[in-house]
Design a protein around this ligand. Structure first.
Ligand code: TXD
Length: 312
């Protein structure tokens, strides 16, 4: 069986690490594309030379030409600017909308059947831009954020409680921003709701650190932002799409009435397979949780409005 084909757009920290994880797991042959000449070619060549050591069989090539991406099953968009210390994800809005819009248009025309997995920030708005500019059915657009936010939440919970990370199943909904919605009722530690395992003050601290998870790393790195956990999270979703696993992940998806929200991308649990979003899973929410999800989605909608001229 030939490997599926994945295009990773952006050969920076997130893109290159995503590509590396995909080939090392033999999930797909990868085309890595960037605007900078030589960057993706150099990284791809370096990764290919690790194949005899790592023992993977799939391949990766670098390019600056969209023709080489033709016929991809999955396009992962990681290109764009990153946050500098003190910048919010939304500060990246206009510049990254231009970048992601151009990429979605070009990549979609060469791979008309692909699923698009968006990683670039501000994430939920970039999903909307990719949808509008690709012209794809909306089920074939999905964004990565909730898996990462949930992973960060899991890590901080496991650290606080001194338990194994595999004993924590964390759920974070909402947009990928300061208004993300950790759900302690649905988060389980050894099968018990998190809200029964930690006191409210500790929970508040964990949730705030989760919200600030990206900013904490930006402040430490000084240049650039997180990429190890983001690339792991993107590859987990990619695997479910490429192998048609139909696994459920918190994903940024287009809502058309689900959770009482319409015409907006935000993070909710969704089943992902080869056709993209197969199902949106509706959790029962309390009034307070629903309110928090609405606030988060309203922030995304506000940014979509700001962009309405360039994406109409
Ligand atoms: O949870 C999440 N979704 C995220 C998102 C977690 C971490 C990082 N997140 C966002 O991903 C971050 O805020 C940025 O918007 C993107 C990419 O982050 P990365 O750390 O990979 O940035 P780099 O290292 O600066 O790489 C960006 C690359 C760089 O090589 C540019 O030359 C390239 O993008 N670039 C382009 N490639 C192709 N086409 C165009 N137009 C283009 N413009 C820039």
């Amino acid at each position: 069986m030939p490997f599926p084909k994945v295009t990773v757009v952006g050969a920076g920290f997130v893109g290159a690490t995503t590509a590396q994880r995909i080939v090392e797991k033999d999930l797909a042959d990868v085309v890595l594309i960037d605007v900078v000449e030589g960057l993706s070619q150099g990284k791809a060549l370096d990764m290919m030379q690790s194949a005899p050591v790592e023992g993977f069989h799939s391949s990766i090539r670098g390019t600056n030409d969209y023709k080489d991406t033709a016929g991809s099953d999955l396009i992962i968009i990681t290109a764009g600017l990153t946050r500098k210390p003190g910048m919010s994800r939304d500060d990246l809005l206009l510049k990254n909308a231009e970048i992601v819009g151009g990429i979605a248009e070009r990549a979609a025309s060469h791979s008309p059947k692909a699923v698009i997995l968006v990683v670039t920030n501000p994430l939920d708005v970039m999903c909307y831009v990719a949808w509008k500019k690709s012209g794809f059915p909306v089920k074939r657009i999905v964004g990565m954020a909730g898996v990462l936010d949930s992973a960060r939440y899991s890590y901080f919970i496991a650290k606080e409680l001194g338990c194994g990370m595999n004993e924590v199943q964390a759920v974070v909904l909402g947009g990928h921003g300061d208004a993300m919605v950790p759900l302690p009722r649905y988060t389980k530690v050894r099968n018990k709701p998190l809200s029964d395992c930690v006191d409210p003050a500790a929970l508040k601290t964990i949730e705030q650190r989760t919200r600030d998870g990206g900013a904490e790393i930006v402040a430490l790195l000084k240049t650039g932002s997180a990429f190890y956990a983001p690339s792991s999270s993107a590859v987990l979703m990619a695997k479910s799409i490429l192998r048609n696993e139909s696994a459920v992940f918190p994903s940024s998806v287009y809502l058309n009435g689900e959770y009482g929200l319409k015409d907006v991308f935000t993070g909710v649990p969704a089943r992902l397979g080869e056709k993209g979003v197969e199902e949106i899973v509706e959790l029962e929410l309390t009034d307070e949780e629903r309110k928090a999800l609405n606030v988060s989605a309203e922030g995304v909608r506000e940014n979509i409005r700001k962009l309405s001229l360039c994406i109409s």
